[in-house]
Design a protein. Sequence first.
Length: 307
Amino acid sequence: MKIAIMGSGGVGGYFGARLAQGGSDVTFIARGAHLAALRGHGLRIESATGNLHLPRVQATDEPASIGPVDLVLFAVKLFDTEAAARAIRPLVGPATGVIPFQNGVQARELLQQELGEAPVMGGVAYIGAVIREPGVIAHTGTMHRLVFGEFNGRRSARAEAFLAACQRGGFDAELAGDILLRIWQKFVLLVGVSGSTTSMRMPIGPIRANPLTRAFLRDLIAETAAVGRALGVALAPDEAESRLAQLDGFPPEMTSSMHQDLKRGHRLELMWLSGAVVDLGRQAGVPTPANRAVRDILALHADGPAA
């Protein structure tokens, strides 16, 4: 299977390496020092599931040089979605699938605006991975799972082919018939974790242990679920309680990528997480005061360090 990795950071770099290990024809799209390292020394994965070094990989900063592929694993930061979607147009042929493995719920619409409806599939990634240094991806823990599918629920040939490629790559994968619901279930959880840890500058353990901050965390989750239901997503009535119970099982030191980005002075995905809940809530007529608080508190940091 010919696969292009658009965004070769933690998610794209890790799963792209495993797919290449399993025999897929993988090309990494990257830039800067990371691209130079990929070209010069290959790609190294540091993981409790097994270290991996691919001494030679295909890597470029010009998607048009690759030509049409079977599948694009789309894993750029949310704020880069529109520009990246335009850049991958030359990769998209009549049967190409484009699967965004991103944090928000708006990628489908943005990608369809640029590429049309037919190529765009849905996906959810479950992994903790970052670029430790150029050319090196560090995987935290042992979870490495992709869930994906067609929005019409059918088991298409391209989805089945990608499932087989994932299985050969040696990581967990699921072809789901309810991918929109699965995307929103992760979004509900992620908005709570990212909004609370980043606004409070603390990991999840102390937040869930304190009655006041736990209540705020629950409000972030409940508002997001209410917005999803108002938009027609079949989230359960007790979605907030289920996600909060799920969080109770996470390691107390766990935090969010947005919290890490804040600490490093990087741009935040704020407006595509809590900010998106506020915007979608306004459209759906659902109040979102907790998520608005997170958005407004962090607004001065959204584009990097405050002036």
